[in-house]
Design a protein around this ligand. Structure first.
Ligand SMILES: C[S@@+](CC[C@H](N)C(=O)[O-])C[C@H]1O[C@@H](n2cnc3c(N)ncnc32)[C@H](O)[C@@H]1O
Length: 189
């Protein structure tokens, strides 16, 4: 199960959640009794399909038409049309119509703070926010001067600023894990 999706992602160089990160995401879903999720960043639908296979209702946002089309196909193949609502949109233009138990942020890494601010008003009490790729392939722990590309340096700086900002949010209790590519989990207080 799911091997076809991982293979497709590998062959087509689509970034999807790493195995260890997925374990963290799915175990957090069980631990916090998550029934509904708003996912920012569908790609080919892999993480949405994995969450929905646990019984979670997922609304997932994607701005890229090709990725969205592929996600639709995959969701159909896994018979999960009644559990996953894919939306083709730039997440920064999307306003949810209901509240969720989990907000999973896995889209443009420089926009994490904007996504967090936009979507946390739509989090249920005791809800959680999980953000992926906070180690960004280990680069966030490097000396910024050692990162040659200017764009990459600026992205890594933004991710590190986001982590510091997240720690200061008093309405959330945030912890970080090195699972997968580095993730945060913020519990709404
Ligand atoms: C890392 S991939 C998502 C992987 C997916 N969550 C998984 O693990 O299977 C990030 C996706 O977010 C999409 N994305 C980036 N910025 C976005 C935005 N502002 N709105 C909607 N989608 C966005 C990209 O097109 C890309 O497909």
């Amino acid at each position: 199960m799911f091997e076809d999706l991982r293979e497709y992602a590998k062959e087509n160089k689509v970034p999807i959640i790493r195995d260890e990160g997925l374990d963290f995401l799915l175990s957090s879903i069980s631990k916090h009794n998550v029934k509904t999720c708003l996912e920012v960043g569908t790609a080919i639908g892999y993480s949405a399909i994995r969450m929905a296979s646990l019984g979670v209702y997922v609304t997932t946002l994607e701005r890229d038409q090709n990725a969205y089309d592929q996600a639709i196909k995959n969701i159909k193949n896994y018979n999960l049309e009644n559990k996953i609502e894919p939306v083709l949109i730039d997440a920064l233009e999307y306003t949810p119509s209901k509240k969720y138990d989990l907000i999973f942020i896995d889209a443009a890494k420089a926009q994490n703070k904007k996504f967090f601010l936009r979507f946390t008003p739509f989090l249920n009490d005791l809800g959680i926010v999980i953000v992926d790729n906070l180690n960004f392939h280990g680069l966030t722990n490097e000396n910024p001067e050692d990162i040659k590309s200017k764009n990459l340096r600026s992205l890594v700086k933004k991710i590190n600023e986001f982590k510091e900002w997240l720690k200061l949010q008093e309405n959330f209790n945030t912890t970080f894990t090195d699972s997968g590519d580095g993730m945060s989990i913020s519990i709404k207080l």
